[in-house]
Design a protein around this ligand. Sequence first.
Ligand SMILES: Nc1nc2c(ncn2[C@@H]2O[C@H](COP(=O)(O)OP(=O)(O)O)[C@@H](O)[C@H]2O)c(=O)[nH]1
Ligand SMILES: [Mg+2]
Length: 260
Amino acid sequence: MTEKPREWLREKSIAKRILQESDLILEVVDARIPFETRNRVVEELVKQKNKDIIIVLNKSDLVPEDFLYSVVEKTKDEYPVVVFSVHRNRGINQLLDIIRKLAKKKKIIKVGVLGYPNVGKSSLINALKKRKVATTSPKPGMTRGEQLIKLDKNIYLIDTPGIITLEYREDLALKGAYIPDKLEFPVETALKLIEKIIKNRKEAIKETYKVEPSDDPLETLIRIGKKLNYRIKGGEVDLERTARKVLWDWIKGNIKAYWM
Ligand SMILES: Nc1nc2c(ncn2[C@@H]2O[C@H](COP(=O)(O)OP(=O)(O)O)[C@@H](O)[C@H]2O)c(=O)[nH]1
Ligand SMILES: [Mg+2]
């Protein structure tokens, strides 16, 4: 179940190199789980290097305004924060203004775009550029290597693969940052996710699967599997298949749950 330490070192060195090169860091987070998708290790490195950082709350279209407001209130004393949605074209001009203001003081600036896999880094770059230059995908981990993208004559954006620090795959999957099909025990992870959803926004289960959520995550998973008619031989619910489906729905933003 443990991630190889080597993985961690490689990712950390990518983060370090990008921080070295960048004048400004955009830390892109998933607005549904804004604190879980912030990476304190990366933030600490940014602080050490005295670089500017902006938290970008992407996928804001998936959460209500009052939730966004609370997140901004809780974040803004520590870092500047921009509410963003690639899908709704929200926050683009605000972010461009901030970047351009900073660029005025310098000949050339490089903006490093960091964040967990699948938070929308490449989509955000395309939105800022107003055309498709970076590869996007609903599958976590699709951006390989770094990509330098020219925004203005003196502004460059650096697209990066998601920065993963030492974390269990299960935890990454909960953040939408790991492909569910590669999980050894998807049921375990799906149960953890369902538990969080039940605790924070039960209705989301009903909205997505048209089943009544139970307070018990396993019972809820079974109800979802029955509704989807995912069965194994003999008629029992196919828990693994149901678990993967739930995890994919979470990644794709089909489940409208969110928490601090
Ligand atoms: N709902 C929603 N989905 C988004 C938004 N931005 C990106 N996505 C989706 O998130 C997935 C991952 O996007 P991508 O840019 O490849 O993420 P990256 O791995 O961080 O570069 C894609 O399926 C996008 O369509 C957004 O503002 N709202
Ligand atoms: Mg990408």
